[in-house]
Design a protein around this ligand. Structure first.
Ligand SMILES: [Zn+2]
Length: 160
């Protein structure tokens, strides 16, 4: 799916699953590049894809490029973020949770939060609608990576 393409309005659950597939494609692209497999995408409420991105810490040697921040930057300037949906394969870290809160992104769809819960409870407390799809493919992708590269994962979340 490319930017400006649109997911047809069906049920919310189906829409969120299809949005997650875009983030998953990004996560897989990151893995192929040798990076941390976390992907994200930003959609308008209408279903239009605004941007997509993935973690590039390893690829670019840049610790500020998480999946969420990559998608955020690629979306360019937006007047308001209140009608946007951020989709990410893994619950966002504090850094990315701060981004969601700062720009008042209303809806956050996460692929899973068992591996890492990040700031989702805090986001819910702050009025963000958080939808956790508990997707096993997302979980297997990141858990496989963490098992192989625990030091890079810990570096990414600031736990070293
Ligand atoms: Zn992050």
């Amino acid at each position: 799916m490319k930017e400006s393409e649109c997911i047809d309005p069906t049920s919310d659950a189906q829409r969120y699953e299809r949005m997650l597939q875009v983030a998953l494609e990004e996560a897989k692209a990151g893995r192929i590049e040798g990076g941390i497999p976390i992907g994200a995408a930003i959609f308008r409420k209408s279903g239009e894809l605004l941007s997509r991105g993935h973690n590039r810490r390893v690829q670019h040697g840049d610790p500020s490029i998480h999946g969420e921040t990559d998608a955020f930057r690629r979306a360019g300037r937006q007047t308001s973020y209140r009608d946007l949906i951020m989709v990410t394969t893994l619950a966002p870290c504090w850094y990315c949770s701060g981004l969601v809160r700062q720009f008042r992104i209303a809806t956050l769809v996460v692929g899973e939060s068992r591996t890492f819960a990040g700031g989702i409870d805090w986001l819910r407390e702050n009025g963000v609608e958080v939808i956790d799809l508990d997707n096993s493919e997302c979980r297997e992708l990141i858990e496989g990576y963490i098992a192989q590269h625990p030091e890079i994962w810990n570096e990414d979340i600031g736990e070293i």
